[in-house]
Write a new protein. Structure first.
Length: 65
């Protein structure tokens, strides 16, 4: 599914970027261009960061900031 229409960024690309170490919306902006045009996707893009953190904690993976 497309999350950022302006830059044609999909949920899969965001998930892969988060899995590769992106930890902030700024990381996603720098690497994918998400939330750099109209900004309508910023909340949804940020939710992938939150979901990743919650999943890591629930599976026992230590996430360092």
């Amino acid at each position: 599914m497309f999350v950022c229409i302006c830059n044609a960024v999909t949920d899969r690309e965001i998930k892969e970027t988060v899995a590769a170490g992106a930890m902030t919306i700024g990381d996603l902006q720098a690497q994918l261009g998400v939330a750099t045009c109209c900004g309508c996707c910023s909340e949804l893009a940020a939710s992938f960061l939150t979901a990743s953190t919650v999943q890591s904690v629930s599976t026992g993976i230590n996430v360092q900031s």
